[in-house]
Design a protein around this ligand. Structure first.
Ligand code: SF4
Ligand code: SF4
Length: 155
């Protein structure tokens, strides 16, 4: 009994000294500290960090989304809803087109499966991360910009 108590005590003192050694190491060499004072200091994120799904638009406010719904089907938890409409093209033919790209950021697990499923590379995962909000409704996004249309040559 006494032997176990002494053994535990020695183990506890060893752990304490181990922790103190690290604390003292950083105390005497503050340049090694990597803790950042967020939000004054912003972290440098990896380019491939997945923070949100974005529909790419060019300078002409055109995107590559045909409304095929592959991303919606690939999404495991119903984060994406593609609403389509019928449009008449220059040849006078009716064609399916994107009406609203609905994205529930609050549901997104950032798995990236939607991006992989997209046949036209219309979407990508942006490395943004500051999405905290007091109102979850603000996380419901429409990804296609107002007045945007499909890039010519994309089928
Ligand atoms: S990243 Fe994953 S969870 Fe988020 S929308 Fe795409 S498929 Fe769905
Ligand atoms: S983003 Fe890509 S996969 Fe999703 S509907 Fe548009 S074209 Fe299809």
């Amino acid at each position: 009994m006494t032997f176990n108590y002494i053994k535990d005590l020695i183990h506890a003192i060893r752990s304490l000294l181990k922790g103190m050694k690290i604390t003292l190491k950083y105390f005497f060499s503050p340049k090694r500290i990597i803790t950042q004072q967020y939000p004054t200091m912003k972290p440098v994120l990896a380019e491939k960090f997945r923070g949100e799904v974005v529909l790419i638009h060019d300078e002409q406010n055109e995107h590559k989304c045909t409304g095929c719904t592959s991303c919606e089907i690939a999404c495991p938890n119903g984060t994406i809803k593609i609403v389509t409409k019928q449009e008449v093209n220059e040849a006078g033919k009716k064609k399916k087109a994107l009406d609203v790209f609905v994205y529930h950021l609050e549901l997104c697990t950032m798995c990236g499966l939607c991006v992989e499923a997209c046949p036209t590379a219309a979407i990508y995962m942006k490395n943004s991360y500051e999405h905290s909000t007091f109102d979850r409704h603000t996380l419901l996004r429409k990804l296609n910009q107002e007045g945007s249309k499909l890039q010519s040559g994309i089928e």
